[in-house]
Design a binder for this molecule. Structure first.
Ligand SMILES: Cc1cc2nc3c(=O)[nH]c(=O)nc-3n(C[C@H](O)[C@H](O)[C@H](O)COP(=O)(O)OP(=O)(O)OC[C@H]3O[C@@H](n4cnc5c(N)ncnc54)[C@H](O)[C@@H]3O)c2cc1C
Length: 236
């Protein structure tokens, strides 16, 4: 799959999604659930471009990773919404069942490609694409054994999807290390890269500053660019 298949073609596909419900995942973190039409699918890890349509606002579109897996029966996004919220997020909070939102995509090259040893690196809300990726492995496991390790950094130790992740660990789909400092994160990355170097694949999702520091850590360990996939979450 190349750039056109992952980005350009799906970018022009837009559809309305019907809002079903929202719920609180943690302090200031909410999931929004939309009905999934039968012909809609995506690769676990991809994101959609979501637009508010029930009213006219400035900057009414945001990219969000789809936190549900394609085998689940709904489209779900998960986002941080604090007291100081953008007009976009205030509008999301106004949705009531039956209302619509527009989605373009799903797009992007952020999905597992093969059974290489894989390091997933999540910063805070950057766990969202990994929840989809891991959940998808649960329902459609790769034939060959995939060795996946997740490093999950959150400075407040406010980890999302913790019960689900614990369950996945029990089933040996993934091993998870919970971290609360950049130093620990860099140590975790170096441990994995020392073992697997360029035989491994590295997926990083989270705030831009965290992506930059992880990328330079990986590159100083001689991990080549083509083995690093990034989802830089703007706005954090
Ligand atoms: C590929 C990709 C995937 C992504 N996936 C996710 C995801 O799964 N979950 C997720 O949460 N984000 C995700 N993002 C980021 C997302 O698109 C938004 O940029 C992010 O959630 C911030 O949105 P916002 O509306 O709060 O921010 P912006 O409008 O960009 O505001 C930035 C900051 O300013 C503050 N702010 C904005 N307006 C006001 C206001 N009127 N008053 C006071 N303060 C204000 C906000 O608190 C915010 O911290 C993704 C981005 C990319 C590129």
């Amino acid at each position: 799959m190349g750039f056109f298949q992952d980005n350009l073609v799906p970018f022009f596909k837009k559809r309305e999604l019907q809002f079903i419900e929202s719920y609180k995942e943690a302090d200031d973190v909410y999931s929004f659930v939309f009905a999934k039409e039968e012909d809609l699918t995506w690769k676990a890890g991809q994101y959609g471009l979501f637009s508010i349509t029930h009213k006219s606002i400035n900057n009414g579109t945001r990219p969000f990773s789809i936190s549900s897996a394609p085998d689940e029966d709904a489209v779900r996004i998960t986002t941080r919404i604090g007291e100081q919220r953008s007009e976009f997020k205030s509008s999301l909070m106004e949705l009531t069942p039956g209302m619509k939102i527009m989605m373009r995509g799903p797009v992007g090259p952020f999905y597992l490609r093969d059974n290489s040893p894989t390091l997933l690196i999540a910063g805070g809300i950057g766990i969202t694409p990994f929840r989809s990726i891991l959940r998808q492995l649960e329902t459609a496991p790769n034939e060959a054994e995939t060795r996946i390790h997740l490093l999950y950094l959150d400075g407040n130790r406010d980890y999302l999807f913790k019960d689900e992740l614990a369950d996945m660990e029990k089933r040996a789909l993934v091993s998870v290390t919970y971290l609360d400092s950049r130093d620990e994160l860099h140590q975790g990355i170096q441990k994995f890269s020392a073992l697997h170097k360029n035989n491994g694949k590295y997926y990083v999702a989270g705030p831009k500053a965290m992506i930059e520091s992880v990328t330079s850590c990986l590159q100083s360990d001689q991990v080549s660019k083509q083995n690093i996939k990034k989802d830089a979450f703007s706005g954090y």
